[in-house]
Write a protein that binds this ligand. Structure first.
Ligand SMILES: Nc1nc2c(ncn2[C@@H]2O[C@H](COP(=O)(O)OP(=O)(O)OP(=O)(O)O)[C@@H](O)[C@H]2O)c(=O)[nH]1
Ligand SMILES: [Mg+2]
Length: 192
């Protein structure tokens, strides 16, 4: 048994948080947007690098616009989702990241943050070049960056795998295989 990890998937309404989680867990995809009513919790067990982990995946924060997400102090890893066609949803993620940093309790271990640009299948309508956004997020914000398409299940598994690996590197730097990863990517998740 590897242990337990708490993951929060946050982002503006309609960016595809539920679609990403449901693709990962159940291999299904909601075509229609049914807003998630309050934060939802999923409790799957996952196998990663030969060990089983109890995951708790929180879908959404239940906070309205301009409100701080609550109850996230003990989260081990964050996925901040935006829609690559919506600059507003990117601004939302930027604010979320700041709030997470501000509300992290003193002494709590740093939780990895992975910024995810979803709806990659709508690439032609994107508001900014991937390289520019990835560089800003990685160098400026010190977060991981990845793009995915929940609709086509593209990079969804990778997203969770890399996030969990990053969280484990922070939590248990003594594991040799994970220590190697940590040495390669000391301060962030490096993806794509
Ligand atoms: N084209 C495309 N549409 C997507 C993708 N992911 C989600 N959608 C669509 O975007 C809409 C919103 O998806 P949800 O997963 O419900 O979004 P959400 O972030 O959970 O929304 P809230 O629960 O309201 O916060 C739905 O109509 C989905 O079908 C994607 O990768 N590509
Ligand atoms: Mg939802």
């Amino acid at each position: 048994m590897g242990g337990s990890l708490r993951v929060a998937v946050l982002g503006a309404p309609g960016v595809g948080k539920t679609a990403i989680i449901r693709q990962f867990l159940f291999g299904d995809y909601p075509e229609r947007h049914r807003p998630t009513d309050g934060p939802r919790l999923y409790r799957p067990a996952v196998l990663l690098d030969g060990a089983v982990y109890d995951l708790s995946i929180r879908d959404g924060d239940g906070a309205g616009p301009g409100q701080s997400p609550g109850g996230l102090e003990d989260t081990d890893a964050f996925v901040l989702v935006y829609d690559i066609c919506s600059p507003d949803s990117f601004d939302y993620v930027k604010t979320l990241r700041q709030r997470i940093a501000e509300t992290r309790p003193a002494g709590a271990p740093e939780a990895p943050i992975l910024v995810v640009g979803n709806k990659r299948d709508r690439q032609r309508l994107r508001f900014g070049p991937r390289r520019t956004l990835a560089a800003l997020v990685r160098r400026g914000w010190r977060c991981g960056y990845l793009e995915c398409s929940a609709k086509y299940n593209w990079h969804v598994l990778r997203l969770f795998r890399e996030l969990l690996r990053c969280a484990l590197v922070r939590a248990r730097p003594a594991h040799p295989a994970l220590r190697l990863q940590g040495a390669l990517h000391p301060a962030r998740c490096s993806l794509m």
